[in-house]
Ligand binder design. Structure first.
Ligand code: NI
Length: 175
């Protein structure tokens, strides 16, 4: 296992639509998921999508509870691996939530999204699952699955705000 480099906005690779994963998973894809896990915990982050490490595949991972309110690591782990996920239902009710992204360091902005979603996805064994999520998990999943369609949370902001963020990234985070 090793960590991989996280692409920083506005890297054009973050805007690509990722390809579906085929089963059984190849050795390379299994290694990718392991590396993504190490990269997310190392960052530290609560979610990571394969396009963020430069791999155009429909895979995301989340762990929304391993950091507490003070943003400190805890011993609790709740790792989820989402392969070829689909949002099959969204609640009509929406709410704003402050989001951040490992590809947009030190930037937090409010994004309004549905407060509950129903997800269909595959696990690493190729088994299909379907379940409903709400709260922070619903926000995290919509954010991560957006990455698979080349969309970042900054795409919900005004063009002016997005340009300012892109400039800040180029100045401080991109060599
Ligand atoms: Ni993100």
């Amino acid at each position: 296992m090793s960590t991989r480099n996280i692409l920083i906005y506005p890297d054009p690779r973050l805007a690509n639509v990722a390809k579906a994963v085929t089963f059984p998973l190849s050795h390379d894809v299994r290694a990718l998921i392991q590396d993504m896990t190490e990269t997310m915990y190392d960052a530290p982050g609560v979610g990571l999508a394969a396009p963020q490490v430069g791999v155009s595949l429909r895979i995301a991972i989340t762990d929304t509870i391993w950091r507490n309110e003070e943003n400190k690591k805890t011993d609790t782990r709740d790792l989820w691996v989402w392969i070829n996920p689909q949002i099959v239902w969204k609640s009509d009710t929406t709410a704003p939530f402050e989001e951040g992204c490992l590809s947009v360091p030190e930037t937090y902005e409010e994004v309004t999204r549905p407060i509950a979603v129903r997800i269909r996805w595959y696990d690493e064994q190729g088994k299909q699952h379907e379940a409903e999520f709400d709260g922070f998990m619903a926000t995290a999943l919509q954010h991560e699955f957006d990455h698979l369609n080349g969309r970042l949370f900054v795409d919900y902001l005004s063009p002016l705000k997005r340009r300012m963020i892109a400039k800040r990234m180029q100045k401080h985070f991109i060599e």
